[in-house]
Ligand binder design. Sequence first.
Ligand SMILES: *[C@@H]1O[C@H](CO)[C@@H](O)[C@H](O)[C@H]1NC(C)=O
Ligand SMILES: *[C@@H]1O[C@H](CO)[C@@H](O)[C@H](O)[C@H]1NC(C)=O
Ligand SMILES: *[C@@H]1O[C@H](CO)[C@@H](O)[C@H](O)[C@H]1NC(C)=O
Ligand SMILES: *[C@@H]1O[C@H](CO)[C@@H](O)[C@H](O)[C@H]1NC(C)=O
Ligand SMILES: *[C@@H]1O[C@H](CO)[C@@H](O)[C@H](O)[C@H]1NC(C)=O
Length: 452
Amino acid sequence: MKSTLTAALLATLASAQQGLQPPVQTNVTVFAPPENYTIPKVLYGRVRALECPGNDVLLATWENYLPVDGESEGCPPDCPENPYIPIYESFDQGQTWAERSRVYDTQNGWGLRYQPELFELTEQIGDYEPGTLLVAANSIPADLNGTRIDIYFSTDEGHTWEFASNVAEGGYAVPDNQYDPIWEPFIVTHEGQLIVYYADQREPGTNGTLGQKLSHQVTDDLQSWGPVVERPGMPVLAELPNGKWIYVFEWLNTDVVENQPGEPAFEFYYRIADSPLEVADAEDVPLLPFNSDSQPRGTPYVVWTPAGGENGTLIAGDNYHTGIYKNTQLGARDAWEYVETPAGLAYSRSFLVLPNDPSRIMIIAPGPNPGVGDNIVYVSTIDIDDDETPYPERYTGHQATSGKCASRGEDAAPTDSTPTPIATPPVQTALADKLATNGVAFAAVLGAAALL
Ligand SMILES: *[C@@H]1O[C@H](CO)[C@@H](O)[C@H](O)[C@H]1NC(C)=O
Ligand SMILES: *[C@@H]1O[C@H](CO)[C@@H](O)[C@H](O)[C@H]1NC(C)=O
Ligand SMILES: *[C@@H]1O[C@H](CO)[C@@H](O)[C@H](O)[C@H]1NC(C)=O
Ligand SMILES: *[C@@H]1O[C@H](CO)[C@@H](O)[C@H](O)[C@H]1NC(C)=O
Ligand SMILES: *[C@@H]1O[C@H](CO)[C@@H](O)[C@H](O)[C@H]1NC(C)=O
């Protein structure tokens, strides 16, 4: 007993120095909306780990369907009825969450309604220092008559926000071909430039394809934006350890849909490219053969983690399956394996590789029932690699530039690049309190009970 405790204490101290070991957990509530929220209440969850402060901060965000009182008029900037982007924080690897801030539309009087993307700069872009946080979101009025992808920034780790710039503007926010909206921003930085990818419906496609092309625009100062570069909707990218990039997207391929049983759905495709600016020329690959039961569809997401072997592991997911798709061969075709998870379905799920232990993948899933009902923002954490081999020189996090933070020195790798995964369960509160009073930087933890 004593030696177990001592081992646990040492392990805890080690993990406190290297960051708290993320526990495996299912359906921890991040936010349960009040009764009066508008159905579907919450959708489109995103979760990020901050790197520059180096103090174990996770931030989560989602689409937040505030109560409306029947009015479809917009209201002035900061109007309380306009939807805002919520920013929630966790200091204990996702076991407990609290509100940190709200990002309001200060430009359009419309609200920031859909598709928030949260990003931490790890290199300087224009006047924006490493460590600056960005939120890109779709600003849309209550009557849906317009879509603007706007970027807000924070220089205080997401406590306060200011407008940075507008990336692009589209029309009526309904995904039918007769309309011309833009959707779903995703941010990447690459060689001193910042790229925003989005789904672009401004030129109608052939009937049946729902017209969504993927576009990106590039900036080197976060103020002026380059021309639209087109792509074939819902783009997400991740950098691979061989320098290549994987780019995932959904596509309603009419040839496939005709032969598909049941409801037509957006197939999950990917491309592997030499740089994030070259995905337009890369080949389309369906993640799994069409018509297989586990073929992914809709709201694609992808992350890469160094855990799981010499190539690390790609983790992909969709909104038709509760499981994930693993690939330990750098995205090679026919090397995807479907693995079940305890997390629910959601529109839409996303993943975070937890920096303190890259074999732990956090899934944020506002469910259980995206279109219909009482959704709650849940996070779950799975362990994709029981083998606790350290990951030398391969530390990375949630985004392509992870593992570096220019504000900690040029190309600074994390001070300890080989976090030792420790398989102890989360410490008891009393122990955490004791550590806290002993001056160890440590957030007291209490396992949050799953609601469902
Ligand atoms: C919605 O419910 C919350 C919590 O009960 C309450 O604080 C808020 O005032 C309500 N909002 C509206 C617009 O009714
Ligand atoms: C919707 O926006 C378009 C383009 O700005 C404008 O011409 C039209 O009048 C707007 N419709 C409504 C109902 O506000
Ligand atoms: C698309 O094609 C379908 C089937 O031919 C047709 O019913 C529908 O009206 C078309 N929609 C548009 C916007 O052209
Ligand atoms: C790593 O990826 C390469 C390229 O796909 C593959 O040939 C190799 O077998 C992979 N290694 C492992 C351990 O899977
Ligand atoms: C987690 O929540 C989902 C709904 O989002 C539910 O379907 C699933 O059964 C829950 N899992 C557990 C283990 O409670």
